[in-house]
Design a protein around this ligand. Structure first.
Ligand SMILES: [Zn+2]
Length: 216
């Protein structure tokens, strides 16, 4: 089973991917990580990509596709993979299909974690952690039992990540929607797009995903 998982930062995609990996024996592939690994390894494609990036140019789709092709031929991908961060454009989506077809493979499912940007921004911007022990809290969904006191260590000091500021989060989410929007029709047209309501609890999101998987 080969999956493309689309979902904005902070919507729980990491947790759900992990569950998919464990439950179905899939391997998550982030094209960004893959590219960095190839460059670090000094492989042919890695060296090509590096010289392009060093001269300030973008790594062309063909090169990413070639890397992806060799990555998914590794034995750990025998049961399938979960693609994260790729494709971003219809051109990339088509090139990916062409490569997979030639390899007698295909993308079976495209999971689109659909969220309400405003509500998600409220959730993310409510996050904070204990400055002493790192325990995580949320103003709305998971506050400390006693206000201002860490449940785990009793500390009174907390901190927030600068990029969890509400305006920053809203911006990040809007950017993500803009980036993803163009490829949705491509997968919808071919009957592979499955919208998952990303605003429900982690367990409910998992249940929706498993229902999609069961229908394959
Ligand atoms: Zn603490």
């Amino acid at each position: 089973m080969n999956i493309i998982f689309l979902g904005p930062p902070g919507a729980g995609k990491g947790t759900q991917s992990k569950r998919l990996e464990e439950r179905y024996g899939l391997v998550q592939i982030s094209t960004g990580d893959m590219l960095r690994a190839e460059v670090a390894r000094g492989s042919d494609v890695g060296n090509q990509a590096k010289s392009l990036m060093d001269s300030g140019r973008l790594v062309p789709d063909e090169l990413i596709i070639a890397m992806l092709k060799s990555r998914i031929e590794q034995p750990d991908c025998a049961k399938g993979f979960i693609l994260d961060g790729f494709p971003r454009t219809t051109g990339q989506a088509e090139a990916l299909d062409t490569m997979l077809t030639a390899d007698k493979k295909k993308i079976d499912v495209v999971l689109f974690l659909d969220v309400d940007e405003d509500i998600l921004a409220d959730r993310i911007s409510g996050r904070f952690t204990c400055a002493k022990c790192g325990a995580t809290y949320n103003e709305v969904s998971n506050p400390p039992k006693q206000e201002g006191v860490c449940d785990a260590c009793g500390s009174h000091e907390f901190k927030r990540r600068a990029d969890d500021k509400r305006e920053t989060v809203v911006e990040r989410l809007k950017e993500y929607r803009k980036l993803t929007a163009p490829i949705l029709p491509f997968y919808e047209k071919t009957g592979r797009l499955h919208k998952i309501n990303g605003m429900l609890s982690t367990a409910e999101v998992t249940a929706q995903i498993e229902a999609v998987m069961a229908g394959q």
